[in-house]
Design a protein around this ligand. Structure first.
Ligand SMILES: [Zn+2]
Length: 671
């Protein structure tokens, strides 16, 4: 655990935040609207607003000319009203005058063509001018508001993302590579550049991956992703330095985007005081039902909680009704707003915050859901449901700062995902790494067993049951950590696509799953991908002690493995490899390793995990809940708060359609 993660968040507040992104900078000529906002805040049960996220043009209307008059008045009025403020730095979007005056701040795409001014999230993270402008404004914000009584948290920029291929970034990429590899020979080795005669003889020959240039060197692609992550983080550290220096007592966060593939949030987590993320599940969609949507959302909540080792996090954005950017933007059915809001709290959030407080009249987000609709008053279904959540959060005040204890984990690793998404071979269309992780998580979630989502760098010794599906890219130390976990009594589930390449995306010699071979007790010799419509069967060995019976369907991937000291628990039912192992178990030290060689159906994953939960002795938060109803616990070490949630569009158990309830009980011993 890193020392920075020990900073205590929420100590002074001891409350759950309820509120929204608030953009009065869009209404500065309408004092009547601002008056109305202040009348409506208490009616909605709102205690917090996020301010200034896209306000750069209003704060610095000309180069070096600052206007804080409106923000002074606003923050003072919020403080007088007892409201808390999450104050943003506005670097998520830049003023037009700035793009015109300093064109180097405009981002270049992979084609090397520079963007025109417009949109947002499009600055060059390397540009010294952009860094200078960001630091200039952030210094003034910190000096002016760092001790303001309303300000409780810095919201640094907004949803960092994307990448820049400009000449400045090319140079920074080469510098980053020099630091990583020291010598060009080491880089050539790591990238296997004798392939297609791609060997570099001078650092200046190296460019970022491009559609009209290099894109076939996997180590190169992987390092570019690492560089984009590192350079974005470096920009964040630069722009947040004045906040840290001038207002060290105000914690800071960045709003993350779940499993967004462009950044590795594990590298960011040590540098923020608390994790926050923006959650927009497409409820009531035609592709997956609300139970599946609830399971996926729980997975991402658990991931965010794990980024700081269980510390409470913030739901920074969600919509009170619908969004405006999905293919079809459905309304939340009655009850769903309360359910989805309290689901976040149940998984460790100390807030329910929305984008946005009030709908604007123009531009891209004018039809994005908001607490206050264009009609302008509180007599709407959405406003009343928000007010109901406000009452819930007040009643749940004692939950603030409490933890979610978990004895199970599913490993999800960004660098592994990058490598899996990129490699050529087998079947590309079915390569859904995060779907595979979510499937194992769902088996725990649906049984009301709490689950963390560590990456492969984390110590696993505190867990009893860990699934690490598709661990294709193995970093140094991972195999040792997994072995230590198993030897001390842990139960580990591995699958096909494991232990294939190292951190440079170079294939392990000596047979798969590489460094995991002796731990898994199997040698994976070949992999047979199946076409859509083709299938095989997994047949549990009769009388196996996991209680697996009948047959399960296999699609997409079939690994052909040899047991090496492991016990076979299921075999293929068809094709020329009928009878070869599909599921094995290997005893190591005081623990066990299960290896699943094929993409067996979800029912198999669910049955296996259910059996392992019982075998390991993990207790559900609540026993005997109907399908689609799950429970989750937060605890202060003495008292548990148990949330029970119904994701069915019909009553189930004692809950109505999309119902949620909570109750207090003494903490279970050992739980
Ligand atoms: Zn750039």
């Amino acid at each position: 655990m890193d020392p920075e993660s020990e900073r205590v968040w929420n100590e002074p507040m001891k409350t759950l935040l309820h509120g929204a992104d608030y953009n009065p900078d869009q209404w500065l000529d309408r004092p009547d609207i601002l008056d109305e906002d202040f009348r409506l805040f208490p009616l909605a049960g709102v205690n917090t607003v996020s301010v200034g996220i896209f306000a750069w043009t209003r704060l610095e209307p000309e180069d070096g000319v600052y206007d804080f008059v409106w923000l002074d008045a606003l923050l003072n009025r919020l403080a007088e009203s007892g409201m808390q403020v999450i104050l943003a730095t506005p670097t998520g979007a830049k003023p037009a005058w700035m793009s015109q005056k300093y064109p180097e701040i405009l981002r270049c795409g992979p084609s090397r063509v520079r963007d025109l001014h417009g949109a947002r999230h499009n600055h060059c993270p390397t540009s010294p001018e952009f860094r200078r402008k960001a630091v200039g404004l952030n210094t003034r914000l910190a000096e002016r508001y760092g001790k303001h009584p309303a300000v409780i948290l810095w919201h640094v920029s907004n949803e960092y993302g994307g990448e820049c291929h400009c000449p400045l970034c090319q140079e920074a990429f080469r510098s980053w590579l020099k630091k990583r590899y020291q010598t060009l020979e080491a880089l050539n080795k790591a990238w296997w550049t004798d392939f297609w005669s791609h060997r570099f003889t001078d650092w200046s020959q190296i460019e970022s991956p491009a559609p009209h240039g290099e894109s076939f060197i996997h180590g190169h692609n992987l390092d570019w992703r690492r560089f984009v992550d590192a350079q974005s983080l470096d920009f964040f550290l630069t722009e947040s330095a004045p906040l840290r220096k001038i207002s060290p007592q105000v914690p800071l966060t960045v709003n993350m985007m779940g499993t967004y593939p462009g950044l590795n949030y594990w590298s960011w987590a040590p540098h923020v005081d608390l994790i926050s993320w923006d959650n927009y599940p497409p409820w009531h969609n035609a592709q997956r039902d609300d139970i599946a949507e609830g399971a996926w959302t729980a997975f991402v909540h658990d991931l965010n909680r794990s980024l700081k080792h269980g510390q409470p996090w913030l739901l920074m954005e969600s919509t009170p009704s619908q969004v405006n950017w999905q293919a079809v933007n459905r309304l939340k059915k009655p009850g769903m707003h309360r359910l989805s809001s309290l689901q976040a709290v149940a998984h460790g959030s100390d807030s329910v915050l929305y984008f946005q407080w009030r709908k604007g009249r123009g531009a891209f987000e004018k039809f994005h859901g908001a607490v206050v609709d264009h009609v302008g008053h509180e007599h709407t279904r959405t406003f009343q449901e928000v007010a109901e959540v406000g009452r819930d959060l007040r009643a749940l005040t004692s939950v603030a700062g409490t933890r979610v204890p978990a004895a199970a984990a599913v490993v999800y690793d960004w660098e592994n995902r990058w490598a899996i998404d990129d490699f050529a071979g087998y079947s590309r269309s079915d390569r859904d790494y995060q779907g595979a992780c979510a499937e194992f998580h769902r088996a725990l979630w649906s049984r009301s067993v709490a689950c963390d989502i560590p990456n492969q760098d984390q110590d696993l010794l505190g867990y009893q049951l860990v699934a690490a599906p598709w661990l294709y890219l193995l970093k140094p130390g991972t195999a040792d950590r997994l072995r230590a976990f198993v030897e001390k009594g842990g139960t580990l589930v591995l699958t096909f696509f494991s232990g294939w390449v190292n951190e440079s995306d170079l294939v392990f010699e000596g047979g798969f799953p590489g460094p995991l071979r002796s731990l898994a007790g199997v040698w994976s010799e070949e992999l047979d991908p199946l076409w859509k419509g083709q299938s095989n069967k997994a047949l549990p060995v009769p009388g196996n002690d996991l209680g697996l019976t009948g047959e399960y369907q296999i699609a997409t991937f079939c690994e052909l493995i040899h047991e090496e000291g492991s016990e076979v628990l299921a075999t293929y039912g068809e094709d020329w490899y009928a009878g070869r192992p599909v599921l094995t178990r290997h005893s190591v030290g005081q623990g066990e390793v299960y290896y699943i060689a094929a993409k067996v159906d979800s029912r198999f994953v669910d049955d296996l995990m259910g059996s392992l939960i019982r075998r390991v002795g993990l207790a559900p938060a609540v026993e005997g809940l109907p399908a689609g109803v799950v429970a989750q616990v937060r605890t202060d070490g003495t008292t548990d708060t148990v949330f029970t949630m119904n994701f069915n569009n019909r009553p189930a158990g004692d809950l109505p359609s999309y119902g949620v309830k909570w109750e207090k009980r003494p903490k279970k011993a050992g739980g």
